[in-house]
Design a protein around this ligand. Structure first.
Ligand SMILES: NC(=O)c1ccc[n+]([C@@H]2O[C@H](COP(=O)([O-])OP(=O)(O)OC[C@H]3O[C@@H](n4cnc5c(N)ncnc54)[C@H](OP(=O)(O)O)[C@@H]3O)[C@@H](O)[C@H]2O)c1
Length: 192
């Protein structure tokens, strides 16, 4: 069974985009490109992507996928991609599929599409929370930018206490702090 990993950049105060879905604050961090150096190795281990519709909208807009759909593959390759939405969104590549409803219902197909690699839930935060609610989230990797936004799209709008999250590693990547947390599916009564 593939593992489900949420890997994202976040502001120090826990937002992954501004209220109006801008990521300029992230690209403006000095050395942001260097912090991306571990990304290709991460992507090598990923067999399927899962996105919410705002995240897909952002990529579609920023990469001008309407005019240049092939640009999708430059970044994400030909991995199976699942976009959760209730809308009839434009599909840039044949590897992209739209889904709606409970993530647990879509999980068997998502898992099968990942093959022997892992699933990257790209965001947003509530969709990741839906995976956590379903006991399907295994790991959170956050690159914390030296930025506070005060408001915006939340990193993970759920209550996950220390019985479910444990720190695996903490490293520095340029201006960013990279933290990895393992996510336990259910509370462990032995930890009191
Ligand atoms: N900092 C980073 O590295 C990073 C990483 C990822 C994302 N982002 C940004 O963060 C923002 C995230 O936006 P967001 O918080 O709005 O989250 P999102 O998950 O991208 O989009 C949320 C929308 O997805 C659809 N959706 C979610 N779950 C669904 C389900 N189970 N069934 C059907 N539809 C479902 C709903 O819209 P509809 O039904 O109306 O389509 C919902 O309003 C974006 O701006 C993105 O670009 C930043």
């Amino acid at each position: 069974m593939p593992r489900v990993i949420y890997n994202t950049a976040t502001s120090l105060d826990g937002f992954i985009a501004t209220t109006d879905h801008s990521l300029q604050w992230l690209f403006d961090v000095p050395g942001a490109e260097d912090a991306e150096s571990a990304f290709p190795a991460f992507l090598d281990g990923i067999g399927a992507l899962v996105l919410g519709s705002s995240t897909y909208d952002w990529v579609y807009r920023e990469q001008d996928l309407g005019a240049h759909p092939e640009t999708w593959n430059t970044y994400y390759g030909d991995r199976s991609t699942w976009v959760f939405t209730t809308r009839d969104l434009p599909i840039a590549r044949p590897t992209i599929q739209l889904r709606r409803g409970a993530v647990a219902d879509a999980w068997p197909e998502i898992a099968a599409s990942a093959g022997d690699r892992d699933v990257w839930v790209v965001g947003g935060g509530d969709l990741v929370g839906q995976f956590a609610d379903a006991g399907l989230l295994d790991e959170i990797r956050v690159s914390i930018a030296p930025v506070t936004l005060g408001a915006g799209q939340p990193l993970l709008p759920r209550t996950l206490l220390a019985d479910r999250l444990s720190l695996v590693s903490a490293e520095r990547a340029g201006s960013f702090a990279e933290l990895r947390f393992a996510v336990a599916p259910v509370a462990d009564p032995s930890r009191g």
